[in-house]
Design a protein around this ligand. Structure first.
Ligand SMILES: Cc1cc2nc3c(=O)[nH]c(=O)nc-3n(C[C@H](O)[C@H](O)[C@H](O)COP(=O)(O)OP(=O)(O)OC[C@H]3O[C@@H](n4cnc5c(N)ncnc54)[C@H](O)[C@@H]3O)c2cc1C
Length: 397
């Protein structure tokens, strides 16, 4: 077991750090560091910088534009970009659809879609979840019925997708749809590529706890999808979906984000005059220890799997610990900021004589960030379900 980085790894770290410092705009960095909302344009600007360096698709094979990194390099890249204040690579096309098309798509699909994904010209929505089909994804009820007419073979899609992240910015959606209602749940599902501008698609934003509207419902009413938009074999979509979710969970521990937020907590504590508070120091030290343990676990798994992907159950362990730690650090940040963690104190609306205005900008986003962090233990497979997977792997006879 090797728990330290080699000289080559450290040189790579410096290279990434220098790239971020030279290419990330102050405006985007400030938004990320203060937990403010990023616009589509912010992501695209940063992603195109990464593309120009050949770093936008770390998980893709070299022949399709990947950088050819091993797992340790990918880990360092994630950590250094996040620590440097860069946005996370959130695009579903890059992280999820790309690997699926490379493995299972037709040559025509690869040619048509992969370059646009790399260039952030097409953003893809992930149309998996439905009301009643989240953790139990095999329960999807959106139907796709195959037919043909003078314009050729096609599917007619009807149904309702939900929690579709950033769909308002996406011109395409990859979706799991039911193509054989008579087959066993997992066996009658197919994987379709759907143009979001097709007649019959209705997008409705969902307002979240923290006030954002980046999640959506997608209603599909007799949406026509050309048959050539089927990925892989008919009724084999479940296996492509599982392959894709394995890619989603890798890197979801967010160790770079934990470090970034812990550094933010230390800075804030000092600014608030709490740097010597013994209880706060104890909590910070506790988080440092837990983060170090998580990092060593991640490195141990990476050093054992330099070439292959982190096995699913270990990825589940990292996801559970990393997301819970991040949520706890956000709660600590709110405690440090006190009433200033909300931009306008409720007290000023109800109590006479309390003269309060907007909180300082470096504090006013914290309550929203903390509420937003509740999602971490839900998406990418809810933590309770991950615990079931871990228990099955290690405790089952
Ligand atoms: C911020 C965010 C972004 C998302 N983006 C997308 C997206 O872009 N595309 C998409 O398709 N989906 C997306 N999702 C949906 C996400 O995948 C689902 O929310 C998730 O799979 C959980 O499903 P559910 O919400 O239906 O909850 P349910 O499955 O109904 O679960 C409800 C609760 O019951 C628990 N539970 C369920 N089954 C079990 C079990 N067997 N054992 C123990 N506990 C269980 C869960 O852990 C959870 O606490 C997103 C979700 C969030 C929060």
């Amino acid at each position: 077991m090797k728990l330290e980085f080699s000289a080559a790894d450290e040189a790579f770290r410096q290279e990434v750090r220098a790239f971020v410092a030279a290419n990330l705009s102050d405006d985007i960095k400030r938004k990320v560091e203060l937990g403010l909302r990023l616009e589509h344009e912010d992501y695209v600007t940063w992603f195109r910088k990464l593309e120009s360096r050949g770093w936008i698709t770390p998980g893709w094979p070299v022949e399709h534009g990947g950088p050819g990194w091993n797992h340790v390099q990918r880990y360092i890249f994630d950590e250094e970009t996040l620590l440097g204040g860069a946005p996370r690579i959130i695009a579903s096309g890059i992280q999820m659809l790309g690997p699926v098309l490379i493995a299972f798509g037709t040559e025509a699909q690869k040619k048509r879609y992969l370059a646009d994904i790399r260039h952030s010209a097409t953003w893809w929505a992930q149309g998996f979840s439905e009301p009643g089909a989240g953790s139990d994804l095999a329960a999807v009820r959106t139907t796709a019925v195959k037919g043909s007419d003078a314009d050729g073979e096609h599917f007619i899609v009807n149904g309702h997708k939900v929690w579709t992240s950033y769909a308002q910015w996406c011109s395409m959606m990859f979706a799991l749809v039911r193509t054989d209602p008579t087959a066993k749940a997992q066996e009658g599902i197919s994987f379709l590529l759907i143009d979001m501008k097709s007649p019959g698609i209705d997008l409705r934003p969902i307002r979240m706890l923290e006030g954002g509207t980046d999640l959506n419902e997608v209603y599909l009413d007799n949406v026509r999808v050309p048959a050539e938009n089927l990925v892989g074999e008919l009724n084999n979509g479940w296996s492509y979906g599982k392959y894709l979710l394995g890619h989603e969970r890798t890197g979801i521990a967010g160790i770079g984000s934990c470090k970034q937020q812990l550094a933010r907590a230390r800075t804030l504590a000092a600014q608030q005059g709490l740097g010597d508070d013994p209880l706060l120091r104890w909590r910070l030290a506790q988080f440092e220890i837990e983060l170090m343990a998580l990092e060593f676990t991640a490195l141990r798994l990476l050093s054992a799997n330099q070439k292959s992907r982190v096995p699913a159950v270990e990825a589940s362990m990292l996801k559970v610990r990393g997301t819970e730690l991040r949520q706890a650090i956000f709660e600590l940040l709110v405690d440090i900021a006190g009433p200033n963690a909300v931009p306008f104190s409720a007290a000023s609306q109800f109590l006479d004589g309390v003269a309060e205005g907007p909180a300082p900008v470096e504090l006013g986003s914290l309550a929203a960030n903390c509420l937003d962090s509740r999602k971490l233990s839900i998406y990418g497979g809810a933590n309770e379900v991950q615990r079931n997977l871990i228990a099955k792997a290690f405790l089952a006879p």
